[in-house]
Write a protein of this length. Structure first.
Length: 98
């Protein structure tokens, strides 16, 4: 069994000639790129719009619970930040340019 080697020189030459070839056939290049963009746009539209409508929403058996303890910790943090914010407003700072 013989392993074929990748010929980087041929690939390099092809990539160097590609912009010139595409430029010579600008109209066909435009049509090909337009077709690719339309196909990709259609696939994305189908995935995020049409296929979502077909799916049935999953209903969880347990409804979400309000956690009072977590709410109190968040509320306490907000109050501390609000207090620091109000203290910073009343504090006078010296002018550094004097």
């Amino acid at each position: 069994m013989q392993i074929r080697r990748i010929k980087f020189k041929k690939i390099k030459d092809f990539l160097k000639k590609l912009p010139k070839t595409l430029g010579e056939r600008a109209f066909l290049t435009f049509l090909a790129l337009l077709l690719i963009a339309l196909i990709l746009g259609g696939l994305i539209f189908y995935k995020y719009s049409i296929s979502i409508d077909k799916e049935e929403p999953t209903i969880s058996e347990k409804p979400p619970q309000f956690e009072e303890k977590t709410y109190q910790t968040v509320l306490k943090t907000w109050q501390e930040k609000e207090k620091r914010f109000e203290e910073a407003d009343s504090k006078t700072y010296p002018d550094p340019f004097r």
